[in-house]
Ligand binder design. Structure first.
Ligand code: 7TS
Length: 404
């Protein structure tokens, strides 16, 4: 059992007010809040050992390098990667996806097929469209049903010997649906396709095991899992990372440079050109330690309780419709009030100190499917409470009264 009141003390922002009301932070799917332990680790870096990494003989540089590499090992252990050099530190999930999409430019040819899903974030659609434009490959889409689930029969039909890549998110950021990635990976591998799983929305809720999944690529952003913005990771199987060409050229990613020919560094540095977000990389590990100390099993049980509680209370409001009603979902509730624009509901909730996201959540095809401009999205984390959900429910009732 989690002691939520104790956990909340770790997050200084949770005790602030917004518009004269206690902050109720329900925009965790956009970014999570930051515990003091992570804030302290950022301060320690800048006040104690700020230096560039992998290049200095001096003590500060060595200390920073050691902690950066230790963090990579923590990330490796967390995701159960076989080698630490299979963990590439990037600026986030978007960067990780673009790295892979760019690499596949040289491996695909006209007529090859790429499969994405109807539930993707734009960052897992646009880079593949750009890749198709460059290579003449064709993008195919696994459709969704009214509950916000992927239609697996259709996926089976899309697969063929031409399928080279499949990209699906682990959990939908707009609806909360948990996708059957084990099935998708197995079926894609059976036709010889590689699979990238976008775990940006999953990693705050579950602990993926990349070896058990046998996935080729898995991406995540630290800022959705109690870490800072501007840092994330790409897991790739060693064989795939060796096959992909470098993404960006620059310092740190080379073995030797002459004007005639440059040779590239070994993994992971081949994909890490330039000075990275050093503090971010180091405290990504701190954030993972923090979440593991709370425990992903505890998080799953508690967040499910919040999801059920909020679903029941919100559904009882007349005229409120929830989008994303799969039995397999995490603590994201997307909803609309009859005839009322989501932005107007969000604005009234903000006046009451309640932070939600409104709009298409960077997943416009989902909104098109439902023929709506967007939704109000409340996304819960392990530090939220039922009392906060009560405040949301009262706020939504108030918005309905004011806007009807
Ligand atoms: N993939 C998914 C499933 C996401 O939810 C997000 C961000 C991204 C990729 C991109 O992550 P980034 O860290 O590179 O930006 N999702 C959201 C959201 O739902 N609201 O704001 C960001």
């Amino acid at each position: 059992m989690l002691n939520i009141q104790d956990i909340r003390k770790d997050f200084p922002i949770l005790s602030r007010e917004v518009n004269g009301k206690p902050l109720v932070y329900f925009d965790n799917a956009a970014t999570s809040q930051t515990p003091q332990q992570v804030i302290d680790a950022i301060t320690s870096y800048y006040s104690g050992y700020n230096a560039n990494i992998h290049r200095g003989v001096h003590t500060l540089s060595q200390e920073a390098t050691d902690l950066y590499e230790q963090s990579r090992q923590k990330i490796q252990a967390h995701f159960n990667a076989k080698f630490s050099h299979e963990i590439i530190l990037t600026s986030g999930a978007t960067d990780s996806i673009n790295l892979v999409a760019n690499g596949f430019s040289s491996l695909l040819k006209k007529g090859d097929e790429i499969i994405v899903s109807a539930l993707e974030h734009h960052s897992n659609i646009v880079p593949w469209q750009m890749l198709c434009e460059r290579t003449g490959s064709v993008l195919k889409v696994i459709p969704m049903n009214a509950d916000g689930e992927l239609v697996m029969d259709e996926f089976d039909n899309l697969l063929s010997k031409n399928t080279k890549l499949v990209f699906v998110n682990h959990i939908s950021n707009a609806l909360g649906t948990i996708n059957p990635i084990e099935y998708i990976i197995e079926k894609a591998h059976a036709v010889g396709a590689a699979v990238l799983i976008d775990g940006a929305q999953a990693c705050p809720h579950v602990k993926p095991d990349v070896q058990a999944l046998d996935v080729d690529f898995y991406v995540a952003s630290a800022h959705k899992m109690c870490g800072p913005t501007g840092v994330g990771m790409l897991y790739g199987k060693e064989a795939w990372l060796n096959k992909l060409p470098p993404y960006q050229g620059g310092g740190e990613m080379i073995a030797e440079v002459t004007f005639e020919k440059t040779t590239y560094a070994d993994l992971p540095h081949k994909f890490e050109a330039g000075t990275p977000n050093i503090a971010g990389g180091i405290v990504f590990g701190t954030a993972i330690d923090y979440m593991n100390a709370i425990g992903f099993d505890n998080i799953a049980v508690y967040e499910h309780e919040l999801l059920e509680y909020a679903t029941e209370k919100l559904t009882a409001i007349e005229g409120l419709k929830i989008y994303g009603t799969s039995k397999h979902k995490t603590s994201v509730i997307s909803f609309n009030l009859d005839h009322i624009h989501p932005y107007d509901v969000g604005t009234i909730l903000d006046k009451l100190g309640i932070a939600v996201r409104t709009g298409h959540h960077c997943a416009q095809p989902i909104m098109d499917f439902y023929r709506i401009p967007g939704t109000v999205r409340a996304s819960f984390a392990f530090y939220n409470t039922k009392q906060e959900i009560d405040a949301l429910v009262e706020g939504v009732k108030k918005a309905k009264m004011m806007l009807s």
